[in-house]
Design a protein around this ligand. Structure first.
Ligand code: GDP
Length: 529
């Protein structure tokens, strides 16, 4: 295959993003609709509902064979207009883990998907917090407008009031939620009328009417929509790309993914507005240009849960240069060479492997047991090392104990390794001692993976006793730890990086501790560093 040597131009046409949403907001539906509009899939797959996640992946794999789109279990890649779009998966439901947050270190922008009836929900808020921490530009898509929901202005107000993000609507719904007629395109002033197609199986038909005809055909609903949109524009919602790129304001679109309403508009925005890959700062703060030799970093490692197949795939985001399968790269963490012969071989049985990748793309390195989350890979000179990935405040805790006390050494080695890899966070305290460390995670899957690997890889099966703490804060002043280490409602534990985590049974216990000790120095941010 001819290698495109103009890396800058190719990278400039990449759009790498993730959808942040709460389960059930419609992420799978939107993903299918996006691929459908990208004319990669001529019919939306019949994948809906909860059993769906694995289904989506396997359906994608079938779709990719049939239509030539390239997919790993971490990313969906498709072409739209003159761009290549990489949609990175942010697992939800039971799969939610620190990996979900880490995916956001590998994107250039995000789409925040809201259910029109629910607005901002807990998981969306958490993922948004990570976007904010990293200054990731966010486009907001308000979904399910075909169903009764909240008022459009109220949803926009919620963005300002709860997360301080200024909405800049680019479309405005005509007809209240549940009576969706179409949208005002606030850039052209036209009425975009949507036509329902049977089951939403094909790209929705759109009709564009000028304002005069819109008024004649839909009357008061049109007038109301235009007035509402003007109201918002006057209160700071005027569109400004710079504010979007600086992540202080968000373009807003209204739609219904299941009917493909508004999806084309979203794709057009991603292509015209969302940032392409750009120079990335290394650990020393120096920026590595996009056209420097190949570099990338591992943001997710997937270990097979099947004992018989200890397969491990490391997913890396390409940051600079051209990746070619077979090239030997250096792992900056160990200084050792790493051969990339088996890039995505696990998907290669039935389809051709991806041989070349550009900045913004995700590559899956198979059997990469030497690779860890956060590792930097690079080719040639100069060397580069990207900053280590952020750590997140855990929400679930369990004491780990070896079931075979004769395996103390293996146990210690395994715990250390899993902690270093970020599979779980490992917490200790003088009170508890080293023999029974506390595993901390943001999702239950992490415990499963840790327990499985302790057994299968380190030959030290463990028992996990879950702790009842639900509320966590970082304790900023170590001298205050003794205050919280009395009684059974709170406890302070230390993470390997020295961070002190104050664990409370619930919000009530936290409130009590605060009332008793008004000087308690606690930080409640989700991202630790
Ligand atoms: P996910 O959990 O975020 O991936 O959500 P899904 O894509 O599985 O969607 C959850 C449910 O919402 C499914 O029953 C979808 O059919 C439904 N849904 C998704 N988008 C829309 C929409 O635009 N309108 C309506 N009425 N339902 C939708």
């Amino acid at each position: 295959m001819a290698v495109d040597t103009d890396v800058l131009a190719t990278a400039g046409r990449r759009r790498t993003f993730a959808v942040i949403s709460h389960p059930d907001a419609g992420k799978s539906t939107l993903t299918e609709a996006l691929a459908l509009h990208a004319k990669v899939i001529s019919e939306a797959g019949a994948v809906h509902g909860k059993a769906g996640r694995r289904g989506v992946v396997s359906d994608w794999m079938e779709m990719e064979q049939a239509r030539g789109i390239s997919i790993t279990s971490a990313a969906l890649q498709f072409g739209y207009r003159d761009c290549v779009v990489n949609l990175l998966d942010t697992p939800g439901h039971a799969d939610f883990s620190e990996d979900t947050y880490r995916v956001l270190t590998a994107v250039d922008s995000a789409v925040m998907l809201l259910d029109a009836a629910k607005g901002l929900e807990p998981q969306t808020l958490k993922l948004f917090e990570v976007c904010r921490h990293r200054d990731i530009p966010v486009i907001t898509f308000i979904n399910k407008w075909d169903r009764p929901g909240r008022d459009a202005l109220a949803l926009c107000d919620e963005l300002v009031e709860r997360i301080g993000l200024q909405p800049m609507p680019l479309t405005w719904p005509v007809g209240e939620a549940g009576h969706f007629r179409g949208v005002v395109d606030l850039v052209t002033g036209e009425f975009v009328r949507y036509e329902r197609t049977a089951g939403g199986a094909t790209a929705a038909a759109e009709e564009h009417l000028d304002a005069e005809r819109a008024l004649a055909e839909v009357g008061p609903e049109w007038t109301r929509a235009v007035e509402e949109a003007e109201l918002l524009a006057m209160s700071g919602g005027e569109f400004d790309r710079e504010r979007y790129l600086k992540a202080s304001a968000t373009p807003v679109l209204f739609g219904a993914a299941v009917l493909n309403f508004g999806v084309r508009h979203l794709l057009d925005l991603l292509v015209s507005l969302a940032p392409p890959p750009s120079a990335r700062p290394d650990a020393a703060g120096d920026e590595r240009p996009v056209d420097a030799p190949f570099s990338g970093f591992v943001f997710k490692v997937q270990t097979g849960m099947d004992r018989a197949h200890r397969d491990q795939v490391a997913f890396a985001r390409v940051c600079s240069g051209v990746f070619e399968r077979g090239m030997v790269v250096t792992n900056a963490t160990t200084g050792r060479p790493f051969a990339t012969k088996y890039t995505q071989q696990m998907f290669g049985r039935e389809r051709s492997t991806v041989d070349t990748a550009y900045p913004g793309d995700v590559i899956g390195l198979v059997n990469a047991t030497a690779l860890r989350v956060g590792d930097t890979l690079y080719a040639g000179k100069p060397a580069v090392r990207y900053p280590r990935l952020p750590t997140f405040t855990p929400t679930a805790f369990a004491v780990a104990r070896p079931t075979d006390l004769g395996k103390a050494k293996q146990f210690r080695r395994g715990v250390e390794q899993l902690g270093a890899e970020g599979v779980v966070q490992v917490l200790t305290s003088d009170r508890r001692g080293d023999a029974a460390p506390v595993f901390a995670a943001v999702g239950p899957m992490q415990f499963e993976v840790a327990a499985h690997r302790m057994d299968a890889e380190f030959n030290s099966p463990i028992r996990l006793d879950h702790l009842p703490y639900r509320t966590v804060r970082r304790l900023l002043d170590p001298a205050q730890a003794p205050i919280l280490n009395t009684g059974t409602r709170s406890e302070v534990l230390v993470r390997a990086d020295g961070t002190l985590l104050a664990l409370f049974l619930d919000e009530i216990s936290l409130g009590m501790a605060r009332r008793l000790n008004p000087d308690l120095a606690l930080d409640d941010s989700l991202v630790d560093n």
